[in-house]
Write a protein that binds this ligand. Sequence first.
Ligand code: NAD
Length: 376
Amino acid sequence: MTKILIPNETNSRERRVSATPEAVKKLKSLGCNVYVEKSAGKLSGFSDLSYEDAEGEIFSSQNANIWGDADLVFCVQSPSEDNLHKLKKGAILLGLLNPYGNHDLLEIIKSNQISTLSLELLPRISRAQSSDVLSSQANIAGYKAVLLAASELDRYFPMLMTAAGTVQPAKVVVLGGGVAGLQAVATAKRLGAIVFVSDIRQAVKEQVESLGARFIELPETDEKPGEAGGYAKTVTPEFLAKQKTTLTKYLSEADVAICTAQVLGKRAPVLIDSQMLEKMRPGAVVIDLAVSQGGNCEGAKSNETIIKNGVKLIGAGELPSTVPHDASTLYAKNLTSLITPFIKNGVINLDKEDELISGCLLSDEGVILQNKVFEN
Ligand code: NAD
């Protein structure tokens, strides 16, 4: 029987868990044995008892052999190096492994000959939608970014007509109209703001307008920003300079900027530099969701709020973890949906020809299969 491990997360800021009791029940129904580390679900609102009710076995960190016996390990972020070293040859690790340029992880994978499914690499095709962790978590990030901005802003979001006068609606600029950006647009619109969006993929214009926001037209240049597999490619410095000139006007009138622009596997584009930030009004709020990829706003730092000329710049790369119950529920569903087709009578057998598996199989028994992760 496949032994599946649901460990505590090691990053102290991580509040999500990789499997909920419902997911454990599903894995049990497939014939697997599931071991859940004591308190693994505590920060996301799932008690040890609820895992036991789902027929998971609770283990403590003192159980020295449990990592060495595991066939499959679920995680949100990569486990500690210590625990990774305990995994046996051929054990499978499944989670958000942050593979790009992560040389320490890649070395352990090779030396311990483990197999890894890195969910950042899952192809964004229709069949993958139920397993698409990036989308389920980006949706949460976009929603929470707007709530955070609204609570930090010195103004209302909606227009209000009161006996003491009329309050004008807040102006929100969203940079990047992917999954997080579109959810930020929808949330800001629900709160009554006027929303503008910049993206370099022309397809985003229609999506943004259908949500009642305004698309910031791209600069007139000979260069047409590239796309590959639905993802944006890095634009040239010349294009970026022209884009920033256009954005400066919108940002100088904005109350809030939500930064979500990213280029898969590359540094995020810097769309707000220091001079542009200086032109924003004191009291304005910038939430940078791209901060772990370097940030869209110059000077943004992860989990820090920096005040520059009265503008609050918040580096918020870990927002899904601040909505841990729903984030874990969706995450766990994504993971079970990905592996369920490959478990028969309690035994896991990954089909390496399958498009989803081959897309996110970072390593097979220690052999790194995705050279793109070495590129940056
Ligand atoms: P992402 O997080 O990689 O990037 C966010 C946004 O930033 C993108 O819209 C991108 O175009 C934009 N961006 C990049 N450089 C920019 C710049 N200089 N200025 C402004 N914006 C810039 O994207 P994502 O949210 O993960 O979505 C990527 C693509 O995948 C989209 O086309 C999306 O519709 C598609 N998608 C497909 C599926 C599926 O079919 N399973 C699921 C989710 C997303």
